[in-house]
Design a protein around this ligand. Structure first.
Ligand code: C2E
Ligand code: MG
Ligand code: MG
Length: 705
C-alpha cells in the first residue's frame, strides 16, 4: 500500500499503479460518490461534473459543461453566488457556503458547497466544489424549530412524561396554569396536581382508555401550586416509537375555569329568577316532577301552592318598578322563611310564586304552612321611606289526590288561586277535584253532543195524541232521540240537561222545528189523509230568545207547503213563570204566524189563574206525575180534576199525559178529559211507524161510554 503523490487516494494491491488505472478508479469514485462535485474554470464556467451533480440539477452533462448555472440560483442570490466563486479563484481560500437552488420551477434545494482553488499544470486557476445536499436536514431542523416554538408558545399547557409517567418537559403555559415552574416539576409524577376530587374509578377508566386506545380526553379537577382547585380540559396521548414501544405520554390541558363560570351563569339564568334568586318556572317544573316521583315512592302527598300577590300592581303603579322589585325580593325572603326545609319556592312571573310542599302525610299538614305564607305576604315591608302592605291569594292542589301531571297540577292550583281572589283575596282555596271532574265530564259531553249534531245522530220519535171518546188521532208529539253509535237510542234526559244553558240548545231546538215541519210536509205528500199536526217541545231559553218569532217565521217560510196551524209549540209551564209578560208577548206574536201553543207539564208550576189567563195556549197538558197516581192518590186525582175544571173555565183544551192503562183513560173520560197521550195508547216511535200505527189504532171498547 503506497500513497499516491497527486491524490489522497490509496490504491490497494494487487493492482498495478499506473496512471491509466488510477484515472479509471478516480473516474469511478468521482461518479459514484453521492455528493455532487464540480470543477470550474477561471470564468466560473463548469469544466467537469460528476453524475451526482447532473442528477442534482436534473440536467445532462451536455447542458452543464461550459455554463455557470447561475440561473439555478434565485435571482437575488445570483450575484453573491458568482462573487463567492470569483473570490475563491482570487484568494485561493477555501470557502464553505450555503446556497439555495431552484431546480425546475418549484423544487428548492438547500446545499452547502465547499469551494477550493487549484492550479493546473499550465498555471491556470480552477475551482473545485463539493456539494452537500442539506435540504432534508434543513427541513427537519425547521420542523423541530416549529415544534419547539409551538411547545413553548402553545395556548394549552403541555406536559410530556416518559413511559413511566415521569415528567420530562412542560411548557410555559403549563407553568402559568399550575403555578409550577419546569424545574419544580421535571422528574416528578403529574400526581402532584391531583385535587382529590376524582374517584379512583375515574383514574382507572382514564388509564384503561390510555392503554387500550392510546388516548384519553375529558374534564378533570386539578390543584394549582397555591392550593386552588380548578377545572381543566385534558387530552392525553400515548406516543410510541416505530417499533410500537411506548415512549412518552403527551398531555394538553386547558384551564376551563372561566368557561365553567360562564356555563354556571348561563345555567343560573336558565333556571333562576334573576331578581329574587328563586328557581324559575323551568327549574320548578323539574323539581315538581321529582317531588311527584318521590311522593309515589313513599306514599306521601305534596301540595302545589300557587300564590299571586294582591295589590302588587298598585305598588308598581304608585311607587315605580324599582320599589316593586324591592318588595318582591323582601317578600320572597319572608315566604322562604315560612316554608319548611323540604319545601321549595319558585317565582314564575311578575308577582306569581309557586311553592311545592313536599312530604305531606295529610291535607292538614299543609295548613300551617299556608297560614304562615299568608302571614309572610301580608307583612308590612319598608322600602326607602314607604311602608308597603300587600297580601296574597293562594290556590292549592294536592297530589296524588288530584291525580294529574305536573302541568295540570299547576293549572289546578292556578284555578284555585282565582277562586281565592274572587272570594275576597288574602286567603287560600283548595282545588276541588270532584267539581273539576264534573266540569270535565260536562265539557266532554258538550263536545260529544256537538259532534252528534254535526254527524246527524239526532232523530225525532213521535208519540200519538188521541181522542179516547171519538177514537181519532189528534196529532203526534215530536220527542228527540240520540242514536248513539255505541250506546244505542238515548232519551232526552241523557243529553238535554247538558246543553240546557248552552247555545247548542237553540241550534238543536231549531233543528227539531225544521225536522218536524219537513215531516209534516212528507206525510202530506205520501197522502195519508190524517190529522198530522206535530207538537214540538220548546226549551225555555229558546223561547226567550229575542228573535224567536223571526226565527220561527223563517223556519215556516222554508216550508211553504206546510200550514202553520199543523205546528204546535209545547212550552213548559215552569218556563213561562220567570217573565210571564215577556213569554205571553212572544206567544201572541207567534200565534199571529198561525202556530198553536200547549202548556206542557201543567200542574208542576204555580198553575195560577192569572198565568193561565195571560198565556194564550190552546191546550193544557196535565203533567204525567199526577195522571200516573190519580187512581190511587186522592190528592193527585184532585189536581187532575182541578186542572180539567180550570181548562174548561178558560176554554182551553186539555190533554192527559202519561196515560199508561185503559183504566186511566176510563177515569179521565169520566172526568171530562177526552184527549190523552201515553204508553197505554202508544209509545214514542220512529216517523216511519206512524202511518201504519194510525191506520190500525182503535179506541178501547171500555172507552165507548
Ligand atoms: P214531555 O214533553 O212532557 O214529553 C213526554 C215524556 O213522557 C216523553 O219522554 C215521553 O216518552 C214520556 N211518556 C209518554 N207517555 C208516557 C207514559 O205513559 N209513561 C211514562 N212514564 N212516560 C211517558 P221523553 O221523550 O223522554 O222526553 C222527556 C222530556 O224531554 C219531554 O217531556 C220534554 O220536556 C223533553 N223533550 C223531548 N224532546 C224534546 C225536544 O225536541 N226539545 C225540547 N226542548 N225538549 C224535549
Ligand atoms: Mg212535551
Ligand atoms: Mg210533559
Amino acid at each position: 500500500m503506497k500513497p499516491n503523490k497527486n491524490t489522497d487516494i490509496t490504491v490497494l494491491s494487487p493492482f498495478e499503479e499506473n496512471s491509466q488505472h488510477i484515472e479509471m478508479y478516480l473516474n469511478v469514485i468521482f461518479n459514484n460518490t453521492q455528493d455532487p462535485i464540480f470543477v470550474k474554470d477561471e470564468e466560473c464556467r463548469l469544466l467537469l461534473v460528476n453524475d451526482a451533480f447532473c442528477s442534482l440539477f436534473g440536467l445532462p452533462r451536455s447542458q452543464i459543461i461550459g455554463k455557470t448555472l447561475a440561473e439555478k440560483v434565485p435571482p437575488s442570490e445570483r450575484e453573491y453566488f458568482l462573487s463567492i466563486d470569483r473570490k475563491v479563484l482570487e484568494d485561493g481560500k477555501e470557502v464553505l457556503c450555503e446556497e439555495t437552488l431552484t431546480i425546475g420551477d418549484v423544487q428548492t434545494k438547500i446545499i452547502v458547497t465547499k469551494k477550493n482553488r487549484f492550479i493546473d499544470p499550465k498555471g491556470k486557476y480552477f475551482l473545485v466544489g463539493v456539494i452537500h445536499d442539506i435540504t432534508q436536514r434543513k427541513r427537519t431542523e425547521e420542523k423541530l424549530e416549529l415544534a419547539a416554538s409551538v411547545f413553548t408558545h402553545a395556548g394549552e399547557g403541555i406536559m410530556i412524561t416518559d413511559a413511566a409517567g415521569i415528567l420530562v418537559d412542560v411548557n410555559e403555559t403549563f407553568s402559568r396554569i399550575t403555578g409550577y415552574s419546569a424545574e419544580e416539576v421535571l422528574g416528578k409524577n403529574p400526581k402532584i396536581l391531583k385535587s382529590g376530587r376524582q374517584s379512583p374509578a375515574f383514574y382507572a377508566d382514564m388509564w384503561d382508555a390510555l392503554l387500550t386506545q392510546g388516548h384519553w380526553r375529558g374534564e378533570i379537577w386539578n390543584r394549582r401550586k397555591n392550593g386552588e382547585i380548578y377545572p381543566e380540559m385534558l387530552t392525553i396521548s400515548a406516543v410510541k416509537n416505530a417499533a410500537g414501544l411506548l415512549q412518552h405520554y403527551v398531555s394538553l390541558c386547558t384551564d376551563i375555569t372561566s368557561l365553567k363560570e360562564h356555563q354556571g351563569q348561563l345555567e343560573r339564568i336558565a333556571h333562576f329568577d334573576l331578581l329574587t334568586n328563586l328557581p324559575n318556572r323551568v327549574l320548578l317544573a323539574d323539581r315538581l316532577s321529582q317531588a311527584m316521583l318521590q311522593c309515589s315512592r313513599h306514599e306521601q302527598s305534596l301540595a302545589v301552592v300557587f300564590l299571586d300577590l294582591d295589590g302588587f300592581k298598585q305598588v308598581n303603579d304608585t311607587y315605580g318598578h324599582d320599589v316593586g322589585d324591592e318588595l318582591l325580593i323582601a317578600l320572597s325572603v319572608l315566604m322562604k322563611k315560612a316554608l319548611r326545609k323540604e319545601d321549595s319556592l319558585a317565582r314564575i312571573g311578575g308577582d306569581e310564586f309557586v311553592a311545592v310542599l313536599a312530604e305531606l302525610t295529610s291535607v292538614e299538614d299543609c295548613e300551617p304552612v299556608l297560614e304562615r305564607l299568608l302571614q309572610a305576604t301580608s307583612t308590612p315591608v319598608t322600602v326607602g321611606d314607604v311602608v308597603l302592605n300587600v297580601s296574597a291569594s293562594i290556590g292549592v292542589t294536592l297530589y296524588p289526590q288530584d291525580n294529574v301531571d305536573a302541568d295540570q297540577l299547576m293549572r289546578h292550583a292556578d284555578q284555585a288561586m282565582y277562586l281565592a281572589k274572587e272570594s275576597g283575596k288574602n286567603r287560600y282555596h283548595l282545588f276541588d277535584t270532584a267539581q273539576d271532574d264534573a266540569v270535565k265530564v260536562q265539557r266532554e259531553s258538550l263536545e260529544a253532543i256537538r259532534s252528534a249534531l254535526d254527524n246527524h245522530q239526532f232523530v225525532l220519535y213521535y208519540q200519538p195524541k188521541v181522542n179516547m171518546r171519538t177514537g181519532t188521532v189528534s196529532g203526534v208529539e215530536a220527542l228527540i232521540r240520540w242514536q248513539h253509535p255505541q250506546r244505542g237510542v238515548l232519551n232526552p234526559i241523557e243529553f238535554l240537561p247538558v246543553i240546557e244553558n248552552n247555545p247548542m240548545s237553540i241550534e238543536m231546538g231549531e233543528w227539531v222545528i225544521d225536522t218536524a215541519l219537513t215531516q209534516i210536509s212528507q206525510w202530506q205528500k205520501t197522502g195519508i189523509n190524517l190529522p198530522i199536526s206535530i207538537s214540538v217541545n220548546i226549551a225555555a231559553v229558546q223561547l226567550q230568545q229575542p228573535d224567536f218569532t223571526q226565527r220561527l217565521r223563517a223556519l215556516l217560510a222554508a216550508h211553504p207547503d206546510v200550514e202553520p196551524h199543523y205546528l204546535e209549540l209545547e212550552v213548559l209551564e215552569t218556563s213561562a213563570l220567570n217573565d210571564v209578560n215577556h213569554v205571553s208577548t212572544i206567544m201572541n206574536d207567534c200565534m199571529t204566524l198561525g202556530v198553536n201553543f200547549a202548556l206542557d207539564d201543567f200542574g208542576t208550576g204555580y198553575s195560577s189563574l192569572t198565568y193561565l189567563r195571560r198565556l194564550p195556549a190552546n191546550l193544557i197538558k196535565i203533567d204525567q206525575s199526577f195522571v200516573r197516581d190519580m187512581l190511587i192518590d186522592a190528592d193527585d186525582l184532585a189536581i187532575v180534576e182541578g186542572v180539567i175544571a180550570l181548562a174548561k173555565s178558560f176554554k182551553r183544551d186539555v190533554i192527559a199525559e202519561g196515560v199508561e192503562t185503559i183504566a186511566h183513560g176510563t177515569a179521565l173520560l169520566q172526568l171530562g178529559c177526552d184527549l190523552a197521550q201515553g204508553y197505554g195508547i202508544a209509545k214514542p216511535m220512529p216517523a216511519s211507524d206512524i202511518p201504519e200505527w194510525i191506520s190500525h189504532w182503535k179506541a178501547d171498547d171500555a172507552w165507548q161510554i
